[in-house]
Design a protein around this ligand. Structure first.
Ligand SMILES: [Cu+2]
Ligand SMILES: [Zn+2]
Length: 197
């Protein structure tokens, strides 16, 4: 009987110690996780010049993709990776509203044109819209990509003629001819994504 009680006491003690140890470990893990999260969010805040946009299919297409914008200094770089396209040349623009709610993508409005210029090829002396990114090629598998760099854009600055936030990326079924007004006759809007942080 005495032996049994000692054994039980020993077991209880062992259990208590084990529990305490385990609890301590759990607390330590939680603390370091919280610290890590705080550090990460601080880093994100100080380098906030980044937006990632998911493109959704429009006009009964299967076109989807991802477009990222990153600002370093005064330079914004856009990288678009798009799939589900027909093989060939497609137009891509920034349109004026981050509203992709309509089935045809027209809810995003016309080309983003804060400087009241004619539609054109980016950099043209005759003028161009701030949303006139241009054309890119899709391969036989329907995949295409385009990288575009500009000092005429910003991500979340106070200059309305440069700020791309609140605009929409539109991918077209057709090609931008850079001359037809007001939008280059690029045809149906097959994909849309709002540039929202
Ligand atoms: Cu467009
Ligand atoms: Zn345009």
């Amino acid at each position: 009987m005495k032996k049994a009680s000692i054994f039980i006491l020993a077991l209880t003690l062992a259990f208590a110690v084990a529990c305490k140890g385990e609890k301590k470990e759990t607390e330590t893990t939680t603390e370091s996780e919280v610290e890590k999260t705080e550090v990460q969010s601080e880093t994100t805040t100080s380098e906030a010049k980044h937006v990632s946009v998911s493109l959704e299919s429009k006009s009964n297409s299967t076109v989807t993709g991802t477009v990222t914008f990153t600002q370093e200094g005064d330079i914004v770089t856009m990288v678009a990776t798009i799939s589900g396209l027909s093989e060939g040349t497609h137009a891509i623009h920034l349109h004026e509203k981050a509203d992709c709610s309509s089935d045809d993508g027209k809810s995003s409005g016309g080309h983003w044109n804060p400087t009241a210029q004619p539609h054109g090829k980016w950099g043209a002396a005759e003028g161009f819209h701030k949303g006139d990114i241009g054309n890119f090629e899709a391969d036989a598998d329907g995949n295409g990509s385009i990288t575009f760099t500009s000092d005429q854009w910003c991500i979340g600055c106070s200059d309305d003629t440069k700020d791309i936030l609140g605009k929409a990326i539109i991918v077209h079924e057709g090609t931008d001819d850079f001359t037809s007004q007001p939008s280059g006759a690029a045809g149906t809007r097959v994909s849309c994504g709002g540039v929202i942080q």
